[in-house]
Design a protein around this ligand. Structure first.
Ligand SMILES: [Zn+2]
Length: 163
C-alpha cells in the first residue's frame, strides 16, 4: 500500500551529553558523546494529502533534544543505580557498583522507562516522547514513527514502531 513519509535529518538535530553504561567494560566510566538524531514519519494513507509542515516537526525535535543537551543522562529503571537526593535537595547522589557521584539536579536528565542509556534505548525514549506528542497534536495522521540516533557519525541505531 503506498504511503507518504517525511524524514527530518538536520545538522542541528543533535545534542551533547554524558553517560555511563553499567556492566560494559569500555563504557562504564562517565564519558560523553555528541548524538545526532533523525526522525522519519509514515502517514496513514487516507490522510496523506496534507503532510505536517517540516518546520513544526523540526522545532519539536529541537525542543526535545534541548532537554537532553549538556546533561548527564541517568536511566530511571536500572537496578544497579541508586539515586539519593542529598539533604539540601539540590544534588543527586548516585551510587553505581561502589562508585559515588554527586551531580547538581539541574545537570541531570532522568530518562524514564529505560534501564541503560544505550543509543537503542535513547531512541526508544525519544520515540515515546515524539509519538505521544504526535498522537496528541495530530491524532490518526501518522501510522509509524522511526527515531534513529548516532553516537559516532555514520553509525545509527533506531527504534521504529506503529503509533
Ligand atoms: Zn557512551
Amino acid at each position: 500500500m503506498p504511503f507518504i513519509e517525511q524524514t527530518f535529518s538536520k545538522k542541528k538535530h543533535s545534542f551533547s551529553a554524558s553517560h555511563f553504561l553499567v556492566g560494559y567494560e569500555k563504557c562504564d566510566r562517565l564519558h560523553g558523546h555528541t548524538y545526532h538524531v533523525k526522525v522519519n514519519l509514515q502517514y496513514n494513507q487516507l490522510e496523506s494529502a496534507s503532510p505536517i509542515d517540516y518546520k513544526i516537526i523540526n522545532d519539536v525535535i529541537q525542543q526535545e533534544l534541548a532537554l537532553l543537551n549538556q546533561k548527564i543522562l541517568i536511566p530511571s529503571d536500572s537496578s544497579d543505580i541508586q539515586m539519593i537526593s542529598n539533604l539540601n535537595n539540590k544534588n543527586w547522589n548516585i551510587i553505581v557498583k561502589g562508585k559515588k557521584y554527586s551531580f547538581p539536579k539541574q545537570d541531570v536528565q532522568i530518562m524514564d522507562g529505560i534501564d541503560q542509556t544505550t543509543s537503542e534505548n535513547i531512541s526508544y525514549y525519544l520515540h515515546q516522547r515524539f509519538s505521544s506528542w504526535l498522537q496528541n497534536k495530530f491524532p490518526g495522521l501518522i501510522s509509524s514513527l522511526k527515531v534513529e540516533i548516532s553516537e559516532n557519525l555514520g553509525n545509527y541505531s533506531s527504534y521504529s514502531a506503529l503509533i
